[in-house]
Design a protein around this ligand. Structure first.
Ligand code: ZZB
Length: 261
């Protein structure tokens, strides 16, 4: 699986992260990027937050003299063999931190309409897919919209400050004949999805959204406004990479056992 890896740069750590990382000498002067794997680079205009799994342990890995990536250990190992680090094959973990401790960190997400956004918790983040860090586009991803709804309804339960999400409304990115300008909210309503826990309905919604957006979608924002998604998806990805906001990340095809089956 080939993903576009989006670099979301840390602007201000949460209080808890400051406590945990404050003593780590190796991080002094380093820029840390939370890296999210996506299949939808054309939707990056609509990023309203970033998700981590609250119970997942992340590492902060050295990339070069200036930069470090916050990702899972598994992703760090995969990246070591993809000409991403200054030293090919070398994994250098500078620190470790739990997802719940990162929640509330302020980041800059490339292309997002919002100047900065916050890191929030999502219960359904898979530790074995992508980087374990997920960028959130509630306009076009049903999982993201459902989770954002949960967070807005029960901020205390999820241990977040309401203002980390309250002012970050979904932004129309593309229009389709079937679902209009807000594909994910429309699908969640039609399929009666009320929470991130509605996993069966969410899988169905995701499938429908992927198909309709790719084959029928037309951009309603950015420099390619008015163009078909199919025609500009690759260009938006290439430009994100050229600007230093993203890179290509390849995920190996699972285990040998599952491959032979
Ligand atoms: C932004 C985005 C915008 C995404 C969208 C989807 C959609 P798939 O299809 O199952 O291979 N993702 C990435 N890593 C994880 C993870 N560890 N745990 C949970 N979700 C993860 O999944 C690829 C998509 O799943 C990625 O693309 C990412 O969300 C999320 F408008 O990035 B996406 C209809 C979907 N729309």
């Amino acid at each position: 699986q080939e993903y576009t890896a989006i670099k979301m740069t840390v602007m201000d750590w949460s209080n808890k992260a400051k406590e945990v990382l404050g003593q780590v000498k190796e991080l002094e002067g380093k820029t840390v990027h939370m890296v999210a794997a996506t299949l939808r680079p054309e939707t990056m205009y609509g990023q309203t937050n970033c998700f981590v799994g609250p119970d997942i342990t992340y590492g902060i890995y050295n990339v070069n003299d200036k930069d470090a990536f916050l990702i899972t250990e598994r992703a760090a190992r995969n990246m070591a063999h993809q000409k991403i680090y200054a030293q090919e094959g070398v994994i250098n973990k500078l620190a470790e931190i739990k997802g719940s401790d990162i929640v509330g960190t302020k980041i800059h997400a490339p292309l997002s309409t919002y100047v900065h956004v916050y890191v929030l918790p999502m219960e359904t983040v898979s530790p074995t897919k992508g980087t374990g860090v997920v960028t959130s586009v509630p306009s076009d991803s049903p999982d993201d919209f459902a989770t954002v709804m949960d967070l807005k309804k029960k901020p205390e339960y999820y241990k977040i400050e309401p203002e980390w999400i309250a002012d970050y409304e979904p932004i129309p990115i593309l229009e389709t004949p079937t679902y209009g300008i807000l594909t994910a909210p429309t699908l969640c309503k039609e399929l009666k999805i009320n929470s991130q826990k509605d996993t069966n309905q969410l899988a169905k919604a995701k499938e429908l959204a992927y198909k309709e957006s790719f084959y029928q979608g037309v951009m309603v924002i950015g420099k390619y406004k008015g163009s078909k998604v199919q025609d500009v998806k690759g260009k938006i990805k290439d430009e994100l990479i050229a600007s230093g906001g993203a890179f290509v990340y390849n995920e190996p095809e699972g285990l040998i056992m599952s491959r032979s089956g």
